[in-house]
Write a protein that binds this ligand. Structure first.
Ligand code: NAD
Length: 297
């Protein structure tokens, strides 16, 4: 059976790797965190002692890591340690599910190819709930051939696997999507904060706006004002489905891309300032919809 290496068993990677084990696949997981290793072992996964040991003999290597510097370190090695690119057999397919910048995805994919390996960028959306339920969306950048090879594995982890284009296109799609989401969430939060000042009940605004021209995911399914959407973080003291600090990370990636590409995104610039302020105030762990609390203050 093809061995899969899964590197980064955190909030997303942990449940994803467990879903692969549940599907009967042979998975070697690695994460420096003891808690992450314990959880994976409990689910029947085999824990490798290092990145190199996980990648050895693995024809598929999946990464779900915090940021670009971690992905580079895992693939290329650091501090004299070998990286996964050094250990994986020729022809192995690397699937990077982390949210990183387009340049990192393109550079690593080119380096993989130069070494006789394959790599796609495959960032995901759907949050921890989607990772647990196996209902993630993957946006893939890479050749048709590599996309075709990765698809059956990604379909175990999600229900939408979309080919965005060549290397880096998945990363670009993820950054654009989350930039739009941040602006959309702030717009909805502003509407509900104004309604509150005008004495209009959140439930009434929801009933009207969710079927009118301002309807969108942030309003209909994730309403930032407590009340209208029972399952939304706003009704759970803003416990993070998607933490504000992660939204800030994605907005910073978006702003870097805006600058380097010569695009214009004034609303995203304001959104970045607002999430930076929230983070500085200690709200980084709260769900990103808690921007509503900031606007109500
Ligand atoms: P996380 O911080 O919970 O998990 C990352 C894991 O990587 C940690 O367990 C950490 O110990 C491990 N790690 C760090 N360096 C490592 C190394 N050198 N080798 C092996 N493991 C290492 O983060 P997460 O929430 O699982 O997110 C993973 C990626 O997915 C991020 O890029 C994030 O932006 C993206 N993402 C997250 C969500 C979400 O809702 N959490 C949704 C979509 C995308």
């Amino acid at each position: 059976m093809t061995k899969i290496a899964f590197i980064g068993l955190g909030n997303m990677g942990g449940p994803m790797a467990r879903n692969l084990v549940k599907a009967g696949l042979q998975v070697a997981g690695y994460d420096p965190s003891d808690a992450a290793q314990r959880e994976f072992k409990k689910a029947g996964g085999s824990v490798a002692r290092s990145v190199a040991a996980a990648a050895e003999d693995a024809f598929i290597v999946i990464t779900a890591l915090p940021a670009a510097k971690h992905v580079r370190a895992v693939c290329l090695g650091e501090a004299g340690e070998k990286g996964a690119f050094d250990e994986a057999p020729k022809g192995a397919l690397f699937i990077d599910c982390s949210t990183v910048d387009v340049e990192t995805s393109r550079e690593l994919s080119a380096e993989a190819e130069a070494r006789g390996l394959r790599m796609i960028d495959s960032p995901m959306s759907g949050g921890v709930g989607g990772a647990k339920a196996g209902t993630l969306t993957f946006m893939v950048g890479g050749s048709e051939k590599n996309f075709g090879l990765a698809k059956p594995i990604l379909e175990v982890l999600g229900d939408r696997v979309l080919h965005a284009g060549e290397s880096g296109a998945g990363a670009a799609a993820k950054i654009c999507n989350n930039m739009m989401l941040a602006v959309e969430m702030i717009a909805v939060a502003e509407g509900f904060a104004l309604a509150d000042k005008l004495g209009l009940e959140a439930q009434k605004l929801y009933e009207i706006a969710s079927t009118a021209t301002s309807r969108c995911w942030s309003l209909n399914e994730y309403c930032p004002a407590p009340g209208p959407v029972p399952d939304a973080p706003s009704n759970k003291d803003y416990a993070a489905g998607f933490a504000s600090s992660l939204m800030l990370k994605d907005l910073r990636l978006a702003m870097d891309a805006v600058k380097s590409s010569g695009a214009t995104a004034p609303l995203a610039e304001i959104a970045t300032k607002m999430y930076t302020f929230m983070d500085d105030q200690g709200g980084g762990n709260l769900d990103f919809s808690s921007i509503y609390l900031l606007l109500k203050k």
